[in-house]
Design a protein around this ligand. Structure first.
Ligand SMILES: NC(=O)c1ccc[n+]([C@@H]2O[C@H](COP(=O)([O-])OP(=O)(O)OC[C@H]3O[C@@H](n4cnc5c(N)ncnc54)[C@H](O)[C@@H]3O)[C@@H](O)[C@H]2O)c1
Length: 251
């Protein structure tokens, strides 16, 4: 019960890593404020949390719209009276795998709006609340794409590198206010996002596994373990860190 009565806010909680994190936080005693733009998936996550007796509220949210982020995070603070942990997890990939010269402006704008601006908008509101109480932990989800080149995914790689830059900057700015900010960088992890990527290109599943020294794809539980560690006092002397959870790939 590491998170007993702590209030945890999660974006992108309707699926994959966000949903798995919500369930694990709940099992360890947290109260959950879950958000997503996919309402049906969000309600499914809410039901799963209620089934394990979690105190949970759900909020429709598109993280790429600042006014919506502002009003949802303000509502979370009002509804729960506190905000202890924020997991900025919502993210998308580009719809095409084009090289940079052919990468569409639409893909660029959409990916940067969600993955980069979305994390900035959320941190802007979360840090205002947390710094006032001089406590809190923020975990942003970057990617191995934030640490290395991802050919044919320039918008995704740019946005995930930006998450690491924003994590370091906010960590240094808010250390004196008692708030820690860290990031997790997953490698290919079994989730609906990865399934979509594999179904778009035959043979990719078999090919990419050879890039991971530990010889398997990530599971959401691998990523969740790192998220919970960074959210908890066990990592109380760590801030501004971006942790690769990648089976050794970036090494
Ligand atoms: N699965 C992987 O292989 C992998 C690897 C590295 C990084 N990541 C990152 O992990 C995070 C979670 O991905 P996942 O694998 O669970 O994918 P997923 O597609 O299963 O989940 C992403 C969730 O984000 C939500 N979302 C998308 N756009 C949104 C928006 N504008 N506002 C609010 N919610 C929005 C989706 O509805 C979905 O529920 C993402 O940031 C992703 O980039 C995933």
């Amino acid at each position: 019960m590491r998170f007993n009565q702590k209030v945890v806010f999660i974006t992108g909680a309707a699926s994959g890593i966000g949903r798995a994190a919500a369930l694990q936080f709940a099992k360890e005693g947290a109260r959950l404020a879950i958000s997503d733009l996919n309402d049906s998936g969000l309600e499914e996550t809410k039901k799963m949390l209620q089934d394990i007796n979690c105190d949970v509220r759900s909020y429709h949210l598109d993280v790429s719209i600042y006014d919506d982020v502002k009003s949802v995070i303000s509502a979370v603070h009002h509804d729960f009276g506190q905000l202890d942990v924020a997991l900025n997890n919502a993210g998308i990939g580009a719809s095409n795998n084009f090289r940079t010269a052919e990468h569409t402006l639409d893909d660029w704008d959409r990916v940067v709006a969600v993955n980069q601006s979305g994390v900035f908008y959320c941190m802007k509101e979360e840090l205002a609340i947390m710094s006032e109480k001089a406590t809190g932990s923020i975990v942003n989800i970057s990617s191995i794409a934030g640490l290395k080149a991802i050919p044919r995914q320039i918008a995704y790689a740019a946005s995930k590198h930006a998450v690491i830059g924003m994590t370091k900057t906010a960590a240094v700015e808010y250390a004196r206010f008692g708030v820690r900010v860290n990031a997790v960088c997953p490698v290919f992890t079994n989730s609906p996002m990865l399934e979509q990527m594999f179904s778009a290109k035959e043979g990719l599943r078999e090919k990419l596994i050879h890039t991971i020294p530990l010889g398997r794809y990530g599971e959401t539980s691998d990523i969740v373990n790192a998220i919970l560690w960074l959210s908890d006092d066990q990592s109380s002397f760590i801030t501004g860190l971006s942790v690769p959870v990648d089976g050794g790939q970036t090494a």
